[in-house]
Design a protein around this ligand. Structure first.
Ligand code: C5P
Length: 232
């Protein structure tokens, strides 16, 4: 898969997400389905959006004992999504078990990427709550390396970290980056942001864009602008 813009469909009902996707009559965006929509509507919403011709990143961030994650991933592999994810904090054993579970009998599987440290975790909370005392940068690179060694395809990270992740884990290792904003747009609650054009320059493989598209007056135009800046 090449560079692409993934639209974060953070809606809480099938009706809302389908009304939104109905606006896209030309190019069909790569869609991210997160916990909100998945827990509201169940696996049927994944099948329905897939059947409409969209690629899907199923963002459920699994984190449990290896056996449970292996079995859950085996169930998710039946949904035929393109990318799914887990927490690298579950350890290499958990990540390897996830890959086993996700791999279908014919050897095919969705891409599997890891969350390193959530962007809502800062140095202070990582030290006080998680008792991790290394600098955030080092922790993120270490988790990325563990994910790569476990055989995963990439990580979710800030676009600001994408270049360093490629230096550390190789150019083939995918960087999927949220926190993208237009130069003239609202930042909202995201703190460390980058434009689609800058994310492209730094080497992000996929950008995940939510509100700059979903809350735009013209979502299709906002999506096309992202694609023009990032992919074309
Ligand atoms: O609306 P916005 O563009 O901020 O949406 C970004 C999407 O990426 C949301 O679905 C958010 O949950 C997700 N995300 C993030 N930062 C991370 C991981 C995921 O913003 N570190």
């Amino acid at each position: 898969m090449g560079k692409d813009v993934i639209v974060a469909c953070d809606f809480s009902s099938k009706e809302q997400v389908l009304t939104f996707l109905d606006k896209f009559t030309g190019r069909k965006p790569f869609v991210k389905i997160g916990m909100e929509l998945y827990y509201a509507e169940g696996p049927g919403i994944v099948r329905e959006i897939k059947a409409r011709g969209h690629k899907i990143f199923l963002d459920l961030k699994l984190h449990d004992i290896p056996n449970t994650v292996r079995k859950a991933m085996a169930v998710l592999s039946n949904l035929d999504v393109d990318i799914t994810n887990l927490h690298a904090a579950g350890t290499k054993n958990m990540m390897k078990a996830a890959l086993e579970g996700l791999t279908r009998p014919d050897g095919t599987r969705p891409l599997l990427i890891a969350v390193t440290q959530l962007t809502s975790t800062d140095q202070e909370s990582m030290e006080s709550d998680l008792m991790i005392h290394a600098p955030m940068d080092e922790v993120v690179m270490h988790y990325a390396k563990c994910a790569e060694e476990a055989g995963l395809d990439g990580i979710v990270c800030s676009p600001l970290e994408a270049g360093k992740v490629h230096d550390c884990c190789g150019r083939h290792f995918l960087t999927v980056t949220p926190g993208v904003r237009f130069a003239d747009g609202d930042v909202g609650d995201q703190k460390r942001v980058m434009t689609p054009a800058a994310a492209r320059k730094i080497g992000s493989d996929y950008i995940v864009v939510g509100r700059p598209i979903t809350a735009a007056a013209d979502p299709v135009a906002a999506y096309e602008r992202c694609v023009a800046e990032f992919c074309d």
